[in-house]
Write a protein that binds this ligand. Structure first.
Ligand code: IMP
Length: 184
């Protein structure tokens, strides 16, 4: 089936990552993760809500046995991080003794993922790694080791493919840069 023709949403200034680009990169990430975790059972911890679209595609590209759990964290309001991270939903299962791979939509300042790493470390997982769909390295305030990264992107506010602005635009099948005042 041909890939969908993309005409950007009126509030999107430009498309940064197209559907075919994203699809190809996720296939590569899935293959790498499957090689690295061969013979092990993997638990994917998806950070709500932004990572769910990425998670759905990534887990179908992973060929080792894996289960999924969800965690809710919040630090953003509009296009600004409040800097204060809150746990809004905890895991259903204990991560103790498990090979945990955190699936995150985007790492920006690094404050959210740093908080999550510190939190999960206290619960004694067997291993703990991060797979981030997007990485804005130039915005980092906390250094965090990202084992898998989909795309390094510049410091611009992006939406689509799960990422939102005030809960809008998560359903866009591509990643785009919002127009100034696009989110109203
Ligand atoms: P950090 O704590 O600054 O690393 O930000 C992590 C969280 O902020 C991500 O999980 C997103 O929910 C949100 N975020 C950061 N940058 C963007 C962006 O460009 N678009 C949408 N959400 C973002």
């Amino acid at each position: 089936m041909p890939d969908r023709v993309q005409s950007p949403h009126p509030d999107i200034e430009r498309i940064l990552l197209t559907e075919p680009q994203i699809k190809a990169r996720i296939a590569e990430l899935g293959a790498r993760i499957s090689r690295d975790y061969a013979g092990r059972e993997l638990t994917l911890v998806s950070v709500l809500k932004g990572s769910v679209i990425f998670l759905g595609d990534l887990m179908r590209a992973i060929t080792v046995d894996c289960s999924v759990d969800f965690i809710g964290l919040s630090s953003y309001s509009g296009t600004k991080s409040s800097g204060v991270v809150r746990l809004t939903l905890d895991l259903r299962e204990s991560p103790e003794g498990k090979d945990i791979l955190i699936v995150e939509d985007i790492v920006d300042t690094g404050l959210t993922i740093h908080y999550l790493l510190e939190n999960l470390k206290t619960r004694s997982p067997r291993s703990l790694e991060i797979c981030a769909f997007l990485n804005k390295a130039e915005c980092r305030q906390r250094e965090v080791g990202l084992k898998y990264v989909g795309f390094d992107i510049p410091d611009e506010f992006v939406v689509g493919f799960g990422l939102d602005h005030n809960e809008r635009f998560r359903n866009l099948p591509y990643v785009g840069v919002m127009r100034p005042n696009g989110g109203k």
